[in-house]
Design a protein around this ligand. Structure first.
Ligand SMILES: Cc1ncc(COP(=O)(O)O)c(C=O)c1O
Length: 398
């Protein structure tokens, strides 16, 4: 029978990648599209990291399969980092290095979930959480934080969603797509709910930890009792502009790390050897280039925030991290330029692509169809032009 598995039928193509493909298609037709759809730093990987990769090739020592969990010196360095910077007493044995944080999350889900288990997904959520839970035939339980609360789920909302089937909760902070950052107090209160339920786990995605404008990045694993309950997810793609190198990792209680190793050993054997040597240079080297990028993101956030405020009918929070805005554009639903009527977020993004030549992602893919996601990992010049085009195109809607 020519039919894909139920597991694959149950998940959608990645909306962000789909939008990027559409934008590329417009570009090949000679249309000057400004792409604000991908969560991809527009910076180059810092030089010292690239040099470390070149050196590893020249040394000729890294051509064999690496250990499944990653090179011991890299995992040791990650443990040091978490002890010093995040106040979490992880050891090297707690780390599994994978082909990007995306695979780290997939490994975790495959290692932990059975069909019928429930995973509470804080919404708005990163597109792949929902899909990866479904891939294991577990059930995502979406709990939505509203824009009025900076899109943050409250401890009360979390507790109301817990059932005997709940195995884990998952969220990112700083958050993709909203840019929201949980404060120490907020994370403490979430941890307090989790600790009331024996065995309940937290998958805490910290991949945007460096791009945090609040001045404090808090790991939920650092609270008393949470070390045994947390799978911390992190990676190099965002803070070090290393999306293409594909290095991410989890840190977790040893029994979970062992499970992830088992999955990884069967699926990919290990993460690319040379990319791991580059990652080691990133984690042990100068954070200056990262800090420079972060300052650039901070000034772009101000720019985009001020320009968005000038567009009537757009409601936005003030993102404290990552490099996204997730504005509510629902006041435009039902409006038309005479040819095209915008019914929902998909239509809004399609209108913006066709009319304004700006690529955005519909919020439905992240759990909120009233919103759209705008990535400001783009040059100031492109951002100014894109926001101008948005304003002009929206002014034609009545
Ligand atoms: C919240 C979040 N987690 C994980 C990832 C995946 O990161 P990687 O490129 O390391 O697979 C992304 C990438 O967009 C992300 O936004």
């Amino acid at each position: 029978m020519n039919k894909l598995s139920n597991r694959i039928e149950a998940i959608q193509e990645s909306a962000t990648l789909a939008m990027a493909a559409k934008a590329r298609e417009f570009k090949t037709r000679g249309i000057d599209v400004i792409g604000l759809s991908l969560g991809e730093p527009d910076f180059k990987t810092p030089l010292h990291i690239c040099e470390a990769a070149k050196k590893a090739i020249d040394e000729g020592k890294y051509f064999a399969y690496p250990p499944v969990a990653g090179y011991p010196d890299l995992r040791e360095a990650l443990a040091n980092k978490y002890q010093k910077e995040n106040n979490v007493p992880y050891k090297a044995e707690n780390f599994v290095v994978s082909n990007g944080a995306k695979q780290s999350i997939a490994n975790t889900m495959l290692a932990l979930l059975n069909p019928g288990d429930e995973v509470i997904v804080f919404s708005p959520y990163w597109v792949s959480y929902d899909a990866l839970v479904r891939l294991t035939e577990a059930t995502p339980v979406i709990v939505k934080g509203g824009i009025e609360n900076d899109f943050k789920v409250t401890p009360g909302q979390l507790e109301a969603a817990i059932t005997p089937k709940t195995k884990a909760i998952i969220f990112s902070s700083p958050c993709n797509p909203t840019g929201s950052v949980f404060s120490r107090k907020e994370l403490h209160d979430i941890a307090a709910v989790v600790l009331k339920y024996p065995g309940l786990l937290v998958i805490a995605d910290e991949i945007y930890e460096h791009i945090n404008f609040t001045g404090e990045q808090v790991s939920i694993a650092s609270f008393p009792g949470m070390l045994d309950r947390t799978i911390t997810v992190n990676g190099f793609a965002k803070g070090f502009a290393m999306t293409g190198w594909r290095v991410g990792y989890i840190a977790a209680p040893k029994w979970i790390a062992d499970g992830c190793n088992k999955v990884q050993g069967q699926i990919t054997s290990a993460n690319c050897s040379i990319a791991q040597r580059a990652a080691l240079a990133a984690i042990t080297g100068d954070l200056g280039p990262t800090h420079k990028m972060v300052e650039e993101y901070r000034s772009r956030r101000e720019l985009v925030y001020n320009l968005l405020k000038e567009i009537p009918g757009i409601k936005t929070n003030y993102p404290e991290g990552a490099f996204y805005f997730f504005p509510d554009v629902s006041s435009y639903f039902g409006k038309s330029d005479g040819n095209f009527t915008i019914k929902d977020g998909d239509d809004f993004c399609m209108y913006m692509l066709e009319k304004g030549h700006v690529a955005l992602v519909p919020g439905g893919a992240f759990g909120d169809d009233n919103c759209i996601r705008l990535s400001y990992a783009a040059s100031e010049k492109d951002l100014k032009e894109a926001l101008k085009r948005m304003k002009t195109a929206l002014a034609e809607l009545h």
